[in-house]
Design a protein around this ligand. Structure first.
Ligand SMILES: CSC[C@H]1O[C@H](OP(=O)(O)O)[C@H](O)[C@@H]1O
Ligand code: ADE
Length: 302
């Protein structure tokens, strides 16, 4: 059976060596090649999942260089319905300590418009406006949160949003880390954690009608703490290995439940959402646009 779940591994998380490797698929999309081959792996139950290393298997792509269009398009094209992505983040809150896990439900965009952030690019003649008020899949995130909590070691906390409060990830361009003033501004804006990767990945997943959740692992306190040194890569790397081990454990133990739920429960609430987002009349679609866009949305661009 084709994999229903795609996993995107972030910094420190370049392979899933705790699972059985089945094959690597070399996918070429109309938007180019993904960051790595699509690795097909078996969970212990023999259920398959698909894995991409966001920065490449040797971490050779900067956050701005990651081809998120190709990563998302490749996963959608091979039949994936939901993406569980991982990200190493800085913490903007004292209570989110290095090593902790966070499942955010909101994003603040601080990227600089140099990344390709839509499948409906210039010159294509197809205009869409995807809904993005809830940038992650609430049903998928709510489903995985208690399962993740169960498998994390006792010294690792999981932080999630509640009805009263969001968990907001700030996405900056990088590759340099933030200044102290920026870091403190993000706190005032309501940011809880910061990374360089969630956008445009989450936007493109939405355009491809994939349910998308982000599992963040905290590595540092960014630059906001007055009496502490600001974040360095060396500091990030100290926690990355432990975080990657915990993340692999999460994949192995949680995704089996997600796979079963995808088959029977109404988790895939993002499927079909683009039918309300395409504003150009379909009679106006050119054959070229249809050829390109049917790669990810065959129902609308046949
Ligand atoms: C290595 S520190 C900065 C780097 O780490 C995060 O990567 P990812 O989200 O892929 O785990 C962050 O977004 C930056 O790209
Ligand atoms: N402090 C930080 N800022 C941005 N991205 C990060 N990834 C890990 N730590 C980070």
């Amino acid at each position: 059976m084709t994999p229903l779940i795609g996993v995107i591994g972030g910094s420190g998380f370049y392979k899933l060596d705790n699972l059985t490797h089945v094959e690597d698929i070399d996918v070429t999309t109309p938007w180019g090649k993904p960051s790595s081959k699509v690795m097909i792996l078996n969970l212990p139950s023999n259920v398959q999942i698909a894995f991409i290393a966001r920065h490449g298997i040797h971490h050779s792509l900067t956050p701005s260089e990651v081809n998120s269009q190709a990563n998302i398009a490749a996963l959608k094209h091979i039949g994936v319905k939901a993406i569980v992505a991982f990200s190493a983040v800085g913490s903007l809150r004292e209570e989110i300590k290095p090593g902790d896990f966070v499942i955010p439900n909101q994003i603040i965009d601080r990227t600089k418009s140099i990344r390709q952030h839509t499948f409906f690019g210039p010159g294509q003649g197809v205009v869409t406006h995807a809904m993005f008020g809830e940038p992650f899949s609430p049903s998928l995130s709510n489903f995985i949160a208690p399962l993740i909590k169960e498998v994390l070691p006792d010294n690792v906390d999981l932080h999630t949003s509640t009805d009263q409060s969001d968990k907001t990830v700030v996405c900056m361009e990088g590759p340099q880390f933030s200044t102290r003033a920026e870091s403190r501004m993000y706190q005032q804006l309501g940011g809880d954690i910061i990374n360089m990767s969630v956008l445009p990945e989450a936007k493109l997943a939405r355009e491809a009608e994939l349910s998308y959740s982000l599992i963040c692992t905290s590595t540092d306190y960014d630059a906001w703490r007055i009496n502490e040194e600001p974040v360095t890569v060396a500091e990030v790397i100290k926690t990355l290995t432990t975080n990657a081990t915990n993340s692999k454990h999460v994949v192995q133990n949680v995704l089996q439940h997600v796979h079963e739920a995808l088959l029977k429960e109404g988790i895939l609430t993002e499927q079909g959402s683009m039918q309300y987002s395409i504003i150009t009349p379909k009679e106006r679609f050119t054959q070229e646009a249809k050829n390109t866009l049917s790669f990810i949305l065959p129902d609308y661009f046949k």
